[in-house]
Design a protein around this ligand. Sequence first.
Ligand code: THU
Length: 131
Amino acid sequence: MTAELLITKAKEAMEKAYAPYSGYKVGAALLCADGSVYSGCNIENAAYSPTICAERTAFAKAVSEGQRDFVAIAVCGGKDGVITGLFPPCGVCRQVMKEFCREDFLIYMVGADGSAETRTLAQLLPESFSL
Ligand code: THU
C-alpha cells in the first residue's frame, strides 16, 4: 500500500462525509500492519457535540473489527469537499491516535495539489498523555 493509494482512499471517503452544519467534508484512510485499510468520514449531528471526526470514524471501524496495529493515516478535507490546503487532525483525534499508535505512526496531510505533508505522531502530539 503506497501513500498515494492511501491518499486516494481518503479522498473517496471524503465524498461520503455527512456535514450539513459546517459544510466541511473530511476523509481519512487508516493503514493497518496487516495491509488492510479502514476509511472514515466526518459525521455531524444537529446537537453538534455528537459529531465524530473522519479520523476517529476510521479508528472506530478498525478497532471494532479487531485491529490494533497501525502504520499510517491519510487525511484530507475542505469546505464542500474542495481541498484548498492541509486539514491537520484535531487534538481529540491526535489523542485517539496516541491510544493505539506508536510514536512513529505516520500522518499524511493532503494538500491542495494532491501531494501530502508527512508527520509522525510524535511530531503532532509531543509530550503526550497516556497511562
Ligand atoms: N473534523 C474532522 O473530521 N477531523 C478533524 O481532525 C477536524 C475536524 C470535522 C468535524 C466537523 O464535522 C468538521 O470537520 C468541522 O469542524
